[in-house]
Design a protein around this ligand. Structure first.
Ligand code: 13P
Length: 236
């Protein structure tokens, strides 16, 4: 089996380039994707030998008068292979909706970058599966899944220390794969990552027991020791 993909979403951290470089240097593995803030992308890319870089967001247009925005063409130029789209923080804090995220997915694919498309229910409830299905279909129906990566991040597990119970995550993965297969015949081959309070201890369980193809990591990816321990645990 190929190594699980480990994507580090640093969010708006760290504040110093020196620290960003230190974290990058201990996580430079082939199966790792580092997603630093935009302003660190070029510097981080320069020091990596094996790991790839990704962005945490981008704009839905290639060029033009859009003050403060970043085009996927610029991300390509900066060496990004991936971009995280539709993260729950973008949806909740920056009012990104399905239509906007769909536009971004199409544009990112058109410039040759793989979108890491985030989905996940807001609350623990019986209707969760329907919410997850609605998000997946809304974002991906009619799109070729060939270069898509899906990240399942239940909102209640993000940054809380309460990761999704393994049996629930496993059930959800099965369901997501089924929906992906309904969207496209070979959809079950689309890699699905788990994200939400992953740490060095529980990381390998989501891969080996629940069957995810990788992880999307927030907080722990900023802690050098824990993150390198996590990487060792998921690859051994
Ligand atoms: P935490 O790992 O800090 O829960 O964050 C998850 C996340 O939002 C990654 O995108």
């Amino acid at each position: 089996m190929s190594q699980p993909l480990v994507v580090a979403n640093w969010k708006m951290n760290p504040q110093k380039l020196k620290e960003a470089k230190e974290i990058a240097s201990v996580s430079d593995e082939k199966n790792v994707v580092l997603c630093p803030p935009f302003v660190f992308l070029l510097e981080i890319k320069k020091i990596l030998k094996k790991a790839n870089t990704g962005a945490q967001n981008c704009f839905s247009k290639k060029r033009g008068a859009f003050t403060g925005e970043i085009s996927p063409l610029m991300l390509k130029e900066a060496g990004c292979k991936y971009v995280i789209l539709g993260h729950s923080e973008r949806r909740e804090l920056f009012e990104e909706d399905t239509k906007k995220i769909r536009e971004k997915i199409a544009l990112v694919l058109s410039v040759g970058i793989s979108p890491i498309v985030c989905i996940g229910e807001k609350r623990k409830s019986r209707k969760n599966e329907e919410e997850v299905k609605k998000q997946l279909v809304g974002l991906l129906k009619g799109t070729s899944l060939k270069h898509i990566i899906v990240a399942y991040e239940p909102r209640f597990a993000i940054g809380t220390g309460n990761s999704c119970p393994l049996d629930v995550a496993k059930k959800r993965l099965f369901f997501i794969k089924k929906v992906l297969q309904d969207i496209e015949k070979k959809g079950e081959k689309t890699p699905v990552l788990y994200g939400g309070s992953v740490n060095a201890k529980n990381a390998s369980l989501y891969i080996k027991d629940a069957g995810f193809q990788g992880l999307l990591i927030g907080g722990v990816s900023l802690k050098k020791e824990s993150f390198s321990k996590l990487l060792k645990n998921v690859t051994k």
